[in-house]
Ligand binder design. Structure first.
Ligand SMILES: NC(=O)C1=CN([C@@H]2O[C@H](COP(=O)(O)OP(=O)(O)OC[C@H]3O[C@@H](n4cnc5c(N)ncnc54)[C@H](O)[C@@H]3O)[C@@H](O)[C@H]2O)[C@H](O)CC1
Ligand code: K
Length: 480
């Protein structure tokens, strides 16, 4: 699991480290990391380093200081470096002096230099960023056509929420120091790929504010059958989805539960025939009241928001079993929260809203700070809240928060949520911690979409059938 810390926590850790580190040493470590990343980008995009042209955009603080020192290091590698000082009187003095000593040029006609640059380094603002780029910086960033290396984070993007509410940098790559910040996982489109430079901050950081799951984390928790297993031992998943009008949701949700683990799947609902036709291994019945024994339920996709759907939801919530409530189930809870009274307190519940469902559920859209929004809903409903979107936020009532950053936006297709709900249901049935179940399912879901798409738009059925490949890709070591 990778940790992510808010700017406030990083500042505090930085203060502690600065107190025991020679003056300027941290900036040197950071700036050297910037210079190395800049040279890599120059080599990747122009085939070389020496003789290339780099333009630094330098703001009023240490972010600009990092850029200036990096410029000095690049000068030593024969790179032509020009610096545009956005706040000439407040540019980092030691960095500026070092830059000049190394033969760097401070220039006024930034747009002209940027138009001929092989690389632009964004040292406008970092941890202290507030709001979008200011007009002068925005104008310069507007004429950039070369690759961009962001120092610590792309300027103009909120470091703690990833929100953008005005002009901001879009980076090809971001080099950050000490620890990842929320922006790196909440707005990957603006950051590009993120390079983390160790500056010795680790011991000062403490528990992370957010986390992301690695392949190894998924491999460690995803159930696969062992010698002692049979169709029951890995947990039987119940799927209450679909209706005569929307049978497809049932096929997708039941199908992903089938492909997720080797555990059995029981379907309950009006689409039994269609589910059987598509997934003969599913034991399908007409209603949740005669579904047979399961260890967890998925309820919601395509069940409708009428009395039949409400009764199905009430029955499932009253089962005392872990439940993943998705789609129409969330709308039903929003329109009549008393349906939750059927749930025994503390029974695991995973809610998987997209923004619209989140608004129905809580009365407000997630807004700029999606992490805070998901956490508040998790506490309010005493449930795991998986807030779907470009990046998926998985919050637990105790504040633990996972963020999943898929590669590409291939999940933005009808029915992909039904596939995710089946994955979560199967992991809940296997007895996995519901927070981890939601997080691991989101990661496999994203990976399946990425593999199925292979660069082209993909359907929910395509994502569904790529689940085995996604598991093979994420858990190679365990393949027996
Ligand atoms: N993390 C570490 O251990 C280290 C980080 N380093 C670098 O230092 C910056 C943080 O530097 P700081 O001096 O605190 O502020 P910034 O450079 O981020 O901001 C400077 C200045 O900019 C003004 N400002 C705020 N918002 C905007 C905006 N939208 N547009 C323009 N200007 C803005 C604000 O007044 C600030 O005072 C960190 O990111 C790292 O790059 C150290 O180098 C090494 C250790
Ligand atoms: K920056």
């Amino acid at each position: 699991m990778q940790g992510i810390w808010t700017t406030e926590r990083i500042r505090a850790a930085e203060e502690r480290l600065l107190a025991v580190t020679p003056d300027g040493a941290l900036m040197h470590r950071a700036a050297f990391g910037v210079a190395v990343a800049a040279a890599d980008l120059l080599a990747e995009h122009t085939g070389g380093v020496a003789g290339r042209r780099v333009v630094l955009l330098v703001g009023a603080g240490n972010n600009g200081g990092d850029a200036l020192w990096a410029g000095a290091f690049l000068r030593r590698r024969g790179v032509g470096v020009a610096a545009v000082l956005l706040a000439p009187n407040r540019a980092h003095p030691a960095g500026l002096a070092a830059f000049r000593r190394a033969g760097g040029r401070v220039v006024d006609d930034g747009a002209e230099w940027i138009s001929r640059a092989d690389l632009v380094v964004d040292g406008i603002v970092g941890l202290s960023a507030r709001g979008p780029l200011r007009p002068a910086a925005a104008e310069l960033v507007g004429v950039v056509r070369s690759p961009v290396l962001a120092v610590d984070l792309p300027s103009g993007v909120d470091p703690d929420t990833g929100a953008v509410d005005g002009p901001a940098v879009t980076a090809t790559r971001t080099v950050t120091f000490g620890a990842r910040k929320p922006v790196h996982v909440l707005n990957p489109a603006r950051c590009g790929d993120v390079v983390l430079v160790d500056i010795g901050l680790g011991p000062e950081l403490g528990e992370p504010d957010l986390s992301t799951l690695d392949a190894a984390d998924v491999a460690a928790v995803w159930p696969v059958p062992g010698v002692a297993d049979d169709k029951y031992s890995q947990g039987v998943t119940g799927v209450a989805a679909g209706s005569a009008v929307y049978p497809g949701a049932a096929v997708l949700a039941a199908g992903s539960a089938v492909l997720a683990t080797s555990g059995m799947v029981r379907y309950a609902g009006p689409a039994a025939d269609v589910v059987r036709a598509n997934w003969p291994e599913v034991v399908a019945t007409g209603s949740v009241t005669d579904a047979g024994r399961v260890q967890a339920w998925v309820v919601g996709p395509g069940i409708g928001t009428g009395s039949e759907g409400r009764e199905t939801l009430r029955h499932v919530l009253g089962s005392g079993l872990p439940v993943c409530a998705d789609a129409d189930a969330i709308t039903l809870i929003a329109s009549d929260p008393s349906v939750l009274d059927a749930r025994e307190p503390g029974t695991p519940l995973v809610l998987t809203p997209h923004d619209g469902e989140f608004e129905r559920l809580t009365g407000a859209r997630p807004g700029a700070d999606r992490v805070a929004a998901a956490r508040a809903a998790a506490r309010r409903f005493d449930a795991i809240v998986l807030l779907k979107g470009h990046n998926t936020v998985v919050a637990a009532p105790d504040g633990r928060t996972l963020v999943n950053v898929p590669r590409g936006s291939w999940l933005a297709t009808a029915g992909s949520g039904d596939v995710l709900s089946g994955l979560i249901g199967a992991l809940l049935a296997s007895g996995l911690d519901p927070w981890l179940a939601a997080g691991a399912a989101a990661k496999v879901h994203g990976q399946a979409a990425y593999l199925a798409a292979a660069g082209a738009p993909v359907s929910a059925s395509g994502i569904l059938h790529a689940i085995p490949d996604a598991l093979r890709a994420l858990t190679p070591a365990r393949r027996l």
